[in-house]
Design a protein around this ligand. Structure first.
Ligand code: 4AD
Ligand code: MG
Length: 465
């Protein structure tokens, strides 16, 4: 038995030979004396055309009566068809039914809305859209590993259960074995987490960064790639409660090195997916987002924009003065909202844009304070259609400055002792960033809702099986 992808790769080599394939029916056409079955086995985006001849195929009627998605094993001869739409077809000599389908199969041949498909998460991988999205997702993951491995980065697995809040935003899911109906209480009547499983309060990780930093201080260049969890109450098309993040961390490096790395990484993933997934990308280009391929090619071949937060705010103020309406008023010090990010990258620069040096008040405790004392060496990469795809920074490597910041923010110094230790024993300039993997897949495919690039999306109010 061979996979259909192998036939598409080497049709000529199989010409006039007998092969066996196994897959699922996409459509059946019965023309009385002969019939066509299109079959897909998941090995490639394309369907195989199987031709049945009533005279030479005793099981013709049984097969012609099968429904969409029936599982078949087909043995037949490869016939090259240079003048037809598909380069070859399989003339069936024998077809076995491995598993029948049913008339109530929900994915009969017609277009379904993405909203409807979300209600059948277990069946939607069989649609064209999802077969394309999840192949691209897989190839993009491979491309990321390839990018970092080829540069000598060490892949580190950081813990899922953690006691620290890496982002300090308090958006964590608690992990506990305490019975909510009967919790142990301390003197003040609060839940006593010292009696919990780990002897302290723990959470699902919001980022592997702090642990990655400890490895960067030994290996130099490292990256994580794993699931992260955020109990953000944002019901948007770009936020999930469980998503995957790639987080490189580089030693003896500053913010420019960090942006160069992010830009090279994004370009490598785009180029790899364009090269390895032509059928999938053509489908997105035709049916999901017209012009997608050309835009991605352009992004992969041109420099990203780099502006400071202060310059970005000036651009936005200028736009507002010229009559552009923002729901959220712009002034120096605000956290840029999605509408601002989109204006910058979609309307002003029309390109991926790094915004750097944000006000210290709106960024995480670990970012390096700039000499102005007002801003930190942060960078967000904004891309058209998505907004923020990458968020990163140069880290505060000076022990005294970091300890000050931890005190200012009233964080528990005991919990961040390990983090300060990294500054005690051979501290060095270092930087890193997080790439939201789902946002990358959205960017690559043109799919506009994060729920449709996650195999089993977890969002506010939604966690199906
Ligand atoms: O900007 P964030 O919060 O940065 C960090 O977590 C840093 N610790 C990264 C680092 O420097 N090592 O998140 C990084 C990226 C965002 O730019 C976004 O693409 C994605 O993660 N992201 C989300 N993706 C989907 N759903 C959510 N709720 C997300 N929150 C962040
Ligand atoms: Mg961010």
């Amino acid at each position: 038995r061979i996979v259909i992808a192998e036939l598409f790769r080497n049709a000529e080599a199989y010409a006039d030979q007998e092969v066996t394939v196994a897959g699922w029916v996409r459509s059946i056409r019965d023309m009385k004396n002969f019939g066509f079955v299109t079959l897909n086995d998941g090995s490639c985006f394309k369907d195989l055309q199987v031709v049945m001849d009533r005279e030479s195929l005793p099981e013709y009627d049984v097969i012609a009566a099968q429904g969409v998605s029936a599982a078949l094993i087909v043995t037949g001869t490869v016939v090259l068809t240079p003048d037809a739409k598909q380069p070859f077809e399989l003339k069936a000599a024998n077809i076995q039914v491995e598993g029948e389908s049913r008339e109530d199969y929900p994915l009969q041949k017609k277009r379904h809305t993405n909203e409807f498909l979300r209600t059948i998460q277990h069946l939607r991988p069989r649609t064209n859209l999802f077969r394309a999205v999840f192949r691209v997702r897989s190839v993009a993951a491979y491309a990321l590993h390839e990018f970092f491995q080829e540069r000598g980065f060490v892949y580190v697995n950081t813990p899922i259960i953690t006691a620290s809040d890496a982002e300090g935003a308090g958006e964590m899911f608690r992990v506990t074995t305490i019975d909510p109906a009967n919790p142990p209480l301390d003197d003040k009547g609060n839940v006593d987490y010292s009696q919990d499983f780990f002897g302290k309060a723990t959470n699902l990780t919001v980022s592997g960064q702090l642990q990655a930093e400890s490895f960067a201080m030994a290996f130099g260049d490292v990256y994580t790639f794993g699931p992260t969890f955020r109990a953000e109450d944002s019901n948007t098309a770009r936020h999930a409660a469980e998503f995957w993040m790639v987080e490189p961390e580089i030693a003896f490096a500053d913010l420019d090195d960090d942006m160069n790395l992010a830009e090279d990484m994004l370009k490598h993933v785009i180029n790899t997916v364009l090269e390895k997934c032509p059928d999938e990308m053509n489908m997105f280009n035709s049916f999901v987002d017209k012009g997608l391929i050309e835009r991605l090619q352009h992004v992969a071949n041109s420099d990203f924009i780099r502006v400071t937060y202060t310059e970005a705010v000036d651009i936005l103020l200028d736009a507002a003065a010229k009559g552009h309406k923002f729901d959220y008023p712009v002034s120096w010090g605000i956290d840029l909202q999605t509408e601002h990010e989109r204006y910058l990258t979609e309307e002003h620069f029309k390109k991926p844009t790094f915004v750097t040096d944000y006000p210290v008040e709106i960024k995480a405790f670990y970012m390096r304070l700039n000499d102005d004392g007002k801003t930190v060496a942060a960078m967000d990469c904004l891309v058209p259609g998505i907004g923020e795809i990458v968020g990163g920074s140069q880290r505060e490597e000076r022990l005294d400055v970091l300890e000050n910041r931890i005190r200012e923010l009233d964080m528990d110094p005991e919990q961040y002792k390990f983090y300060c230790d990294l500054r005690r024993y051979g501290s060095c300039r270092h930087a890193g960033f997080g790439l939201g993997f789902e946002r990358m897949v959205m960017y690559l495919t043109g799919v506009s809702n994060i729920r449709d690039v996650l195999p089993h999306p977890r969002t506010v109010g939604n966690a199906e099986f």
